[in-house]
Ligand binder design. Structure first.
Ligand SMILES: [Zn+2]
Length: 437
């Protein structure tokens, strides 16, 4: 492989663990080499029984045709982060027109998966804020997305509006949208936020794994009970710009505050339902219900750790164990070894596509079919359900939704119509009803 043999650099499993020894530490998912093979094939007993009862999906010609006729928009793909992690910043060394088995994403499989619009995450870790390099590194990631689009002009085009997305899709290309993952990128500056919008950012996730000076994260100690006054100002400025407010990664209180303040629909670019898989990264039912008056959309994350109930429990336990081990082993190496031992003994239940569609069903039951979408998190996670291993797998979702009795137009809303409506509506709120076709 051109890009080396390291396992995927996982970011979604990063959780901030608050220990008693000094400052909080990031707990990383270790033993990934072990994990890639062992974790993926070792579901727990309950999971094995559940999977056996639900056969593999097989895409029918009807589902394939419907999928082809739909505008499929994925809310979150971390290919830019993978490229950065693996040091493959040149598309001379890495040809996205060829299969890239080290990644979940390449142009060959995006076509196979029928993806028409992609939000590319320009994530950089929250730790960059502590180093004072958050904005610089975010700009580098935006530059990387622009370079990718320039390199593949026949297949990709930057979309700055909902109208751009439909136009680019009509021309048979993939509309590329940019999502900033983590408000640390703006370095507490609304001017920077405006500049990021100018460079093409069409959503910003208010936090990543760490609580900021103006917003609480779901995976860190809450400090503000949601958003501060400046946090509310950030939301209002995003509304004014027409940038979608993304509530993945934030605490439930931050979700509620943002929903109270935002005059435009919000999104969750990659989050699942908490009632099904009880993990703080997922969305509680009261917040799902608030999406109805807001017009917002939860784009379901495919990561096994957020969709499979067993795996979500294991994730929460992982955070607790990591904090305890940190107390026991203040030095990094022994701590890492102890955590890796625990992880090897507690593999993640991988689950199947059915687990993911269960989350779609739940959001539909609680909020309605107008409030759910897809936010894969491909190339940001290490364990994915059976039949959702990479970007070529999206047609399996269309098939499973058909099998579960969804009507064609409902499926098209889930696949992309809902998030496009939310973006269009955010543009209207900003007074930017696009006339560009
Ligand atoms: Zn994320």
């Amino acid at each position: 492989m051109v890009i080396g043999s390291r396992p995927n650099a996982v970011k979604e499993a990063h959780m901030r663990v608050v220990g008693t020894v000094g400052q909080a530490m990031l707990a990383y998912c270790f033993a990934l080499c072990l994990a890639q093979s062992a974790l993926c094939q070792a579901p727990g007993d309950a999971q094995r029984r559940a999977n056996a009862a639900r056969p593999r999906t097989s895409v029918t010609p009807e589902a394939r045709a419907l999928h082809r006729q739909s505008l499929v928009i994925d809310g979150h793909n971390d290919l830019p982060w993978q490229l950065r992690e693996k040091g493959s910043l040149s598309f001379d060394a890495l040809n996205l027109n060829q299969l890239q088995p080290d990644f979940h994403t390449d142009l060959v499989r995006l076509r196979e998966g029928g993806v028409g619009g992609q939000f590319w995450s320009v994530y950089v870790p929250a730790s960059t804020a502590r180093r004072g390099t958050a904005l610089r590194e975010t700009l580098e990631q935006i530059d990387l997305v622009h370079a990718m689009i320039e390199r593949y002009p026949q297949q990709l085009e930057l979309a700055r509006s909902a109208a751009d997305v439909t136009r680019i899709h009509r021309h048979g290309k993939i509309a590329c949208l940019i999502g900033v993952e983590g408000g640390h990128a703006i370095e507490d500056s609304l001017q920077v936020l405006r500049k990021l919008y100018g460079l093409g950012a069409r959503y910003m996730t208010l936090t990543h794994s760490d609580t900021l000076s103006w917003a609480d994260s779901a995976t860190d100690k809450p400090r503000h009970g949601g958003l501060t006054a400046f946090g509310e100002e950030v939301v209002r400025e995003m509304n004014r710009l027409g940038m979608l407010v993304d509530l993945s990664h934030v605490s439930a209180e931050t979700m509620r505050d943002a929903l109270r303040v935002s005059s435009a629909p919000v999104i969750f670019s990659h989050s699942s339902a908490r009632a099904i898989a009880d993990h703080p990264r997922n969305v509680p039912d009261d917040v799902l219900r608030r999406l109805v008056p807001n017009g917002g959309v939860v784009m379901i994350n495919f990561y096994s750790g957020y969709v499979v109930p067993d795996a979500a429990r294991r994730g929460v336990e992982h955070t607790r164990v990591a904090a305890e081990l940190r107390k026991e082993f203040p030095a990094d190496e022994p701590y890492r070894r102890a955590l890796a031992r625990w992880e090897a003994q507690h593999p993640v239940s991988r689950g199947t596509i059915h687990d993911v569609v269960d989350h779609i069903d739940h959001v539909v039951r609680v909020a309605g079919v107008d409030h759910v979408g897809l936010g894969s998190d491909f190339d940001g996670v290490d364990v994915l359900p059976d039949q959702l291993e990479d970007v070529s797998c999206f047609p399996n979702i269309t098939q499973e939704l058909l099998r579960r009795g969804y009507r064609r137009e409902q499926i098209q809303r889930v696949l992309g119509g809902n998030v496009l409506r939310a973006l269009r509506s955010a543009e209207t709120v900003a007074g930017k009803e696009s006339t560009r076709q």
